[in-house]
Design a protein around this ligand. Structure first.
Ligand SMILES: Nc1nc2c(ncn2[C@@H]2O[C@H](COP(=O)(O)OP(=O)(O)OP(=O)(O)O)[C@@H](O)[C@H]2O)c(=O)[nH]1
Ligand SMILES: [Mg+2]
Length: 442
């Protein structure tokens, strides 16, 4: 559902990543684009405003701007703030102290209540619970039938009564049935209306009063945009909701409204529906959705990996060497070894926005076997040769090649690559760099 938003945000990051050192102006430009992307995706404007303000404050922190990888730091901040906006931590159903736990689903017509009731029951059943479904939508004649069929398919008991029974008393009676059947969850499906009206609210309030649910969950169609947010506010003010279930997140609508629904209403999202089938319900994890939107589950793992394996002090020393342009083969080798600690190089490069294009420019450096070769060659050099490769003449080249099981041509190639890197390092020192990683692949 969030592909367009996802693409736009990724483009912003790619541009940032291509810049290396970032100025306040770069950040403001990027934030403007982030803001636009969110507004176009239909995220509530107030939520966007606050979100961008928080991002700006954190991004302009000198530690971010002066770090070796400012763009990556900013992506990390966006991810954290997006996760916070989406609700922060996961919120689960809370079982009652004394079973059965009573769950009541409410929502507008067609939002997916009946489908979700069945999905939720199946989810609970699969987690080893014993649910009972209750058909408390007495308004639509086919509603009871719809739930009974679903329950039958899933092997989950469904409690229902004939019209003109009142929904509130059906739910109350269902509690007795649950005790008879020794089920420990009751999930009540209620009737929806096209719009919120007094009659509908009266009915659900009455059910709530008699059924005394432990959880009142609003089922929200994520495709309905800001209307969904308004409906959620209204329902919450009348029923004091304990959670939201967003349905139809598999659709291709913009969906941004759904992203702001927690921020606007303060009600946590507990599940998301991602398809019509009964098993297409997932517990909601804000952090996972954020990474999914940013298209960078891998990215974050990588940043963490890089943070762990790059020895901060060594990086500082390298920075100093680069500035003084004394970067030698010894350092080159050190860099290769740092990179190796992080895992297969092609994967790493692919995971970093902005670097995959660089990787293509210098495919030689990414080949693992080639790296082993380079290592062997450098290790066959004397310390003097590593510090000052200019002394390596034809005679020395042959010796190094013999020692490393390579050819003079290989040694030549390495020296050329090193010189290119050295040149880049010098450019980087003049502020055109992409960070250490980037320099490896240019
Ligand atoms: N693609 C998709 N479709 C869904 C999802 N959840 C529900 N639907 C579909 O939405 C339609 C309405 O679902 P229902 O469960 O009948 O909705 P309801 O809220 O019970 O509707 P009323 O009882 O009439 O108020 C059905 O066609 C469902 O298959 C979902 O997560 N993804
Ligand atoms: Mg229904």
């Amino acid at each position: 559902m969030f592909e367009v938003l996802s693409d736009k945000l990724n483009n912003v990051f790619k541009r940032l990543g291509g810049k290396g050192k970032l100025s306040e102006k770069d950040i403001d430009e990027a934030l403007r684009e982030v803001r636009l992307a969110l507004l176009e995706a239909d995220v509530n404007f107030k939520v966007v405003k606050e979100f961008v303000a928080r991002l700006r404050e954190r991004a302009l922190d000198s530690q971010v701007l002066e770090s070796l990888t400012p763009a990556q730091q900013i992506i990390k901040i966006v991810n954290e703030e997006l996760t916070a906006m989406l609700g922060g931590t996961a919120s689960h159903l809370v079982p009652a102290g004394r079973p059965p736990t009573k769950v009541m689903l409410v929502g507008l017509q067609g939002s997916g209540k009946t489908t979700t009731a069945a999905k939720l029951a199946l989810y609970l059943k699969n987690s080893g619970q014993r649910p009972l479904l209750v058909a408390a939508d007495m308004r639509r004649p086919a509603a009871i039938e719809q739930l009974s069929v679903l329950g039958g398919q899933l092997g989950i008991p469904v409690y229902h009564e004939e019209a003109p029974a009142k929904p509130a008393s059906v739910c109350a009676n269902a509690i007795k049935r649950a005790q008879e059947l020794a089920t420990n969850w009751i999930i009540a499906d209620t009737g929806g209306r096209l719009h919120i009206d007094a009659e509908m609210m009266g009915e659900v309030e009455e059910i709530k009063a008699e059924f005394e649910p432990d959880e009142v969950l609003l089922v929200v169609d994520a495709m309905t945009g800001q209307d969904a947010v308004r409906a959620a506010q209204e329902f919450h003010s009348r029923l004091n909701l304990s959670g939201l279930i967003l349905t139809k997140l598999d659709g291709d609508a913009r969906g941004g409204a759904a992203l702001s629904i927690k921020a606007v209403t303060g009600v946590p999202i507990k599940f998301i529906g991602v398809g019509e089938k009964s098993n297409e319900l997932e517990p909601y994890h804000p952090d996972r959705l954020a990474s999914r939107i940013l298209g960078m589950g891998d990215m974050l793992t990588l940043i963490e990996k890089a943070e762990k394996s790059f020895d901060e002090e060594r990086v500082m020393q390298l920075g100093e060497k680069i500035r003084r342009a004394t970067f030698d083969l010894e350092d080159f080798l050190g860099q290769l070894q740092e990179m190796k600690k992080m895992g297969p190089l092609n994967q790493i490069v692919d995971m970093i926005p902005g670097l995959s294009s660089l990787a293509r420019k210098m495919p030689d450096a990414i080949d693992e076997r080639k790296i082993k070769k380079i290592e062997a060659i450098i290790l066959s050099m004397t310390p003097q040769e590593r510090r000052n490769p200019d002394v390596i003449d034809g005679h020395r080249k042959r010796r190094i090649a013999r020692g490393s099981g390579t050819t003079s041509q290989d040694v030549n190639q390495l020296l050329n690559m090193f010189r290119q890197t050295q040149k880049l390092m010098k450019q980087m020192a003049r502020g055109k760099g992409l960070g250490l990683l980037g320099s490896m692949f240019r």
